[in-house]
Write a protein that binds this ligand. Structure first.
Ligand SMILES: Cc1cc2nc3c(=O)[nH]c(=O)nc-3n(C[C@H](O)[C@H](O)[C@H](O)COP(=O)(O)O)c2cc1C
Length: 131
C-alpha cells in the first residue's frame, strides 16, 4: 500500500499512465496483478518470478507519485491470483469502475485461481476496506 502525492484532480490521469506503462513492462516480465486506488491510497498485488518482482519493487519504491510504501505480504505462492491480468487498475472512487460487475469479475478471478485458499479472498477484501 502507498499514498498518492499529487493533486486530487490528477489521480485519474496518473492511474491511466501507470496502467499503460505497467501493462507493457509487466507483460514483458511475466508479472501479473492488480492496482486499486481508493481515497488517495494505492493497494497493489504483484505476482511473478522473485527476481523480476524485486526489480519492479525497487523501481516502484523510487516513484515520486507516491510515498509511505508499506509491504503487507511478501511470500512465495502456489498459484497466481491474477493469472491473466498484466496490471489492471480499479479506481474505487470512480462509481463507473467500483460496481457489482467489476467486483464480481474480481471475485471470479480469485475463485478460479485460489479456490483452495478462499480465506485469502476474505483477507484481501479486509485489507482493502481497512477492516
Ligand atoms: C502505485 C504504483 C504502482 C506501479 N506499478 C507498476 C507496475 O506494476 N509495473 C510497472 O512497470 N510500473 C509500475 N509503476 C510505475 C513505476 O514506478 C515506474 O514509473 C515505471 O515502471 C517506469 O517504467 P520505465 O522504466 O519503462 O520507464 C507503478 C507506480 C506506482 C506509483
Amino acid at each position: 500500500m502507498s499514498e498518492y502525492n499529487g493533486p486530487d484532480d490528477a489521480i485519474s490521469a496518473d492511474l491511466k499512465n501507470i496502467e499503460a506503462t505497467a501493462k507493457v513492462n509487466n507483460y514483458r516480465h511475466n508479472i501479473t496483478g492488480v492496482l486499486f486506488h481508493f481515497d488517495r491510497k494505492f493497494l497493489q498485488v504483484i505476482e511473478g518470478a522473485e527476481d523480476n518482482l524485486r526489480a519492479l519493487m525497487e523501481k516502484i519504491s523510487l516513484d515520486p507519485r507516491h510515498h509511505n510504501i508499506d509491504y503487507l505480504v511478501d511470500t512465495p505462492v502456489e498459484f497466481r491470483g491474477f493469472e491473466k491480468w498484466n496490471m489492471d487498475t480499479l479506481n474505487l472512487n470512480n462509481p463507473a469502475e467500483f460496481n457489482v460487475d467489476n467486483m464480481r469479475s474480481l471475485t471470479k478471478n480469485f475463485e478460479e485461481n485460489l479456490l483452495p485458499r478462499s480465506d485469502a479472498l476474505i483477507y484481501f477484501y479486509r485489507k482493502l476496506l481497512g477492516a
